[in-house]
Write a protein that binds this ligand. Structure first.
Ligand code: MTE
Length: 299
């Protein structure tokens, strides 16, 4: 049985069993569910209801395909994700160009139902399928000098209208501190609801860091680089005052142009009340990663 992380749910926790069993049969690498896995669930967690497939796959941010929320669903289908290659370089023992199978084949695929909080103050709950980034880091062999992991998104200008219009600089780049990257909550997602991840959500493989604003969760990854220095990140390059490297969800640190104290849950309807935003998006177990850091300064 694959590992369970305590502060998450699997689909089985929120879906009638018959439906879940059905879905589980079609899910490659489906994970088992033990009573022990349920024991650690807090009250707040039990209330998590995932967004629908329709909501998750039709309201997206993916600037390569346009700046509108429906542009990715309309345009990303043209991205060719077959025969995907990922370059692994920098401070690693096993650098090279990997196929997806070489990079993640044989690793535990887990289902993680995570809150997802965009810096624009909307949120969803998404049932991801993925592997822990830590497992991939072990496979590529991180060298002692490495302190950060950097990621890069594919650029295919012929099918990416946002790239040809240069709406922001591309390739989209992101990064994590190594201890953040190794945290068991940090996923490389390859699926949603047991289906392969749709192109608009970052096929064939994207990062998911549930305690950070969504822009850290870079899509369609084609390069992973281990580095000694903090790598440049897209939104920080664009506007360092508004978007930091850390980007931890924090209701007490406002964006310069809006409050982050509350959020609008997608699918709640036009008149739904806003919800309080939770520190670290509710994933308190990461707090110790930032002991002694001023999170207003390192936003
Ligand atoms: N990755 C790339 N390559 N390009 C992007 O524009 N947008 C980010 C992140 N990853 C983005 C990206 C932002 S701002 C958010 S909120 C999430 O993707 C949205 O993920 P979703 O569309 O799956 O909800």
């Amino acid at each position: 049985m694959a590992r369970r992380w305590t502060n998450t749910l699997t689909h089985a926790d929120v879906t009638p069993k018959a439906v879940w069993l059905n879905r589980r049969q079609i899910m490659a690498g489906a994970i088992g569910l033990g009573a022990a896995g349920l024991a650690g669930q807090g009250q707040a967690q039990a209330a998590l209801e995932p967004n629908t497939w329709e909501e998750i796959t039709s309201y997206n941010n993916y600037y390569e395909f346009g700046v509108g929320k429906t542009d990715p669903a309309a345009n990303a289908g043209a991205l060719d994700t077959a025969d995907w290659r990922i370059t692994v370089d920098g401070l690693v023992d096993n650098p090279g160009e990997y196929s997806l199978t070489d990079l993640i084949g044989g690793l535990d695929v887990e289902e993680r139902i995570y809150r997802f909080r965009c810096v624009e103050a909307w949120s969803m709950v998404v049932p991801w399928n993925g592997i822990e980034l830590a497992d991939v880091l072990d496979r590529i062999g991180v060298q002692d000098r490495a302190k950060y992991v950097a990621f890069e998104t594919v650029v295919q200008p012929e099918v990416m209208p946002g790239v040809s219009r240069r709406v922001i600089p591309f390739p989209y780049v992101e990064g994590l501190r190594l201890d953040e990257a190794r945290h068991p909550l940090t996923l490389l997602a390859t699926g949603i609801y047991g289906n392969p991840i749709p192109n608009q959500n970052g096929a064939p493989i994207r990062l998911v860091v549930p305690w950070k604003y969504g822009f850290k969760s870079i899509k369609a990854i084609v390069r992973i680089t281990l580095a000694e220095e903090e790598p440049p990140t897209t939104w920080n390059i664009l506007n360092a005052r508004e978007y930091g490297f850390y980007a931890n969800v924090n209701p007490t640190v406002s964006h310069p142009r809006w409050s982050q104290a509350t959020e609008r849950r997608i699918g709640g309807g036009l008149f739904a009340t806003r919800q309080d935003t939770l520190m670290f998006n509710g994933y308190d177990e990461v707090a110790s990663l930032y002991d002694g850091m001023d999170l207003a300064r390192f936003y």
